[in-house]
Design a protein around this ligand. Structure first.
Ligand code: ATP
Ligand code: MG
Length: 183
């Protein structure tokens, strides 16, 4: 699946609805310090279900909502949508026949989270399930940030194993087994 665009609204510095398009397989986000490049990465991680405020460079989960700047007042909610091209039918399961897959997350000031899959309300779990075993996901190796390579090199074997299992595509099955055992 190829990422077609990211739609941001009320998220961190992106107060007004903004669409970032990725028209080809290779894209780059460039700009001066503080213009919001890392906020875009935070947005991708967040919409895929990230539940740690620290991993989003904040203290509380509602810190992702635009909290005012200059003459602009804070807003009441943040929303991020990712649109993927699934015309090659890479996604298995219920959504395999959809040419486009959209995932969206919304959070309100009260801290209520809502998830949507192709516009339909769903659980966080439905979103994380899509990315399990693909290498993409809130804490996957698909997002390599500053310091991550050295963290990987120095990682304890049990932490390294998580990455290897994800690359081998078996984390999905382990997750399902854990689910069944917990039922
Ligand atoms: P650098 O090149 O230094 O890494 P960057 O382009 O990655 O910069 P970001 O870290 O994405 O920049 O953006 C930082 C900006 O986002 C800051 O100006 C900060 O005030 C703003 N920002 C972060 N969270 C919020 C928020 N909740 N509301 C409003 N603005 C925010
Ligand atoms: Mg940055």
């Amino acid at each position: 699946m190829r990422l077609k665009c990211i739609k941001l609204a009320g998220f961190k510095s992106f107060v007004d609805p903004t669409t970032v398009n990725f028209p080809s397989n290779l894209g780059a986000v460039v700009g001066p310090n503080g213009c919001g490049k890392s906020n875009i990465i935070d947005a991708v991680r967040w919409v895929m279900g990230e539940s740690s405020a620290k991993n989003l460079r904040g203290e509380n989960m509602t810190d992702v909502i635009f909290n005012g700047s200059g003459g602009r007042k804070p807003v009441g909610q943040a929303s991020i949508e990712l649109v993927f091209d699934n015309s090659e039918g890479k996604l298995v399961g219920e959504y395999a026949s959809y040419a486009e897959i959209s995932i969206r997350r919304k959070v309100t000031r009260e801290g209520q989270n809502f998830y949507y899959l192709n516009g339909n309300k769903c659980r966080r779990r439905d979103i994380t399930d899509i990315f399990l075993g693909t290498g993409l996901g809130p804490r996957s190796y698909a997002i390599i940030e500053q310091g991550m390579i050295s963290r990987l090199i120095e990682a304890r074997p049990e932490d390294l194993r998580i990455f290897i299992e994800e690359a081998a595509g078996i984390s999905k099955y382990k997750e399902r087994r854990r689910d069944t055992e917990n039922r």
